[in-house]
Design a protein around this ligand. Structure first.
Ligand code: MG
Length: 234
């Protein structure tokens, strides 16, 4: 690649914000339509924006609430806690006795999430397990109604078999960031450093869309969400 193409690439990056997979006007419209969060949720959204913490976007939060409610989820497993925002969004959408187990390996994130969950009054309903999710998945008891896959994007595929086995038949696997800033669907958008992650995500999507135990739908909102229903009878 010569200097000129590099310049053109840089210019293109500036002009087209990489992080969006739908038209800005569509995203703005949906976001304006959705009621704004108040209190702690609003505070965490502002915090995440300033500190570049990748929390779920508001339209994805709305989708999660609907899914958790329609699934009548009593037990949820989340892979990737970050600051606890999505866990609390889901906990609030569940019945009062609903429980969430959430996995996070970044110690600083674990501390922040614990504090946020305590402040939100969810400490009896959301349990954070610190450490590498891939290891933790091996000793979890299973029987989850919903699994929210939102950890390291390069590791979804490795975690899939365990995740499916931990999901109840009739349960729902929700995978976030599957279109990864549009890079997954367009080779032109793939940054060189991200090639491996993008390649693995494509494999993951091919796998879950063709898996005989799953019925999968790909939804282009937020950063891309995949919904995979685990069949009751295969
Ligand atoms: Mg995410």
């Amino acid at each position: 690649m010569n200097e000129n193409t590099d310049k053109i690439e840089k210019k293109a990056e500036k002009e087209a914000p990489e992080e969006q997979i739908v038209h800005q006007h569509v995203k703005d419209y949906i976001e304006d339509l959705l009621p704004r969060h108040q209190g702690l949720f609003k505070e965490l959204e502002a915090y995440a924006e300033i500190h570049k913490v990748p929390i779920i976007q508001r339209e994805v939060a709305a989708l999660l609430k609907v899914l958790v409610k329609t699934a009548n989820a009593e037990k949820i497993l989340e892979i990737g806690t970050a600051i606890g925002y999505s866990a609390m969004i889901m906990a609030e959408a569940m019945e009062a006795e609903g429980k969430i187990v959430t996995l996070e390996r970044n110690e600083k994130m674990v501390e922040q999430a614990m504090e946020n969950i305590r402040r939100g009054g969810f400490e009896n309903r959301i349990q954070i397990i610190p450490g590498d999710a891939l290891e933790t998945l091996h000793f979890l008891p299973g029987g989850y109604d919903v699994i929210f896959m939102d950890g390291g994007k390069g590791h979804y595929h490795e975690m899939l078999t365990l995740a499916i086995s931990l999901l109840k038949p009739g349960g729902l696997l929700i995978s976030d960031n599957i279109l990864y800033k549009g890079m997954v669907s367009s080779e032109d958008l793939v940054k060189r450093r991200k090639r491996t992650i993008v390649h693995r995500m494509r494999e993951y999507l091919e796998y879950i869309t063709n898996h005989q135990e799953l019925t999968t739908s790909i939804i282009p909102i937020g950063d891309g969400v995949a919904l995979s229903y685990k069949k009751k009878i295969v």
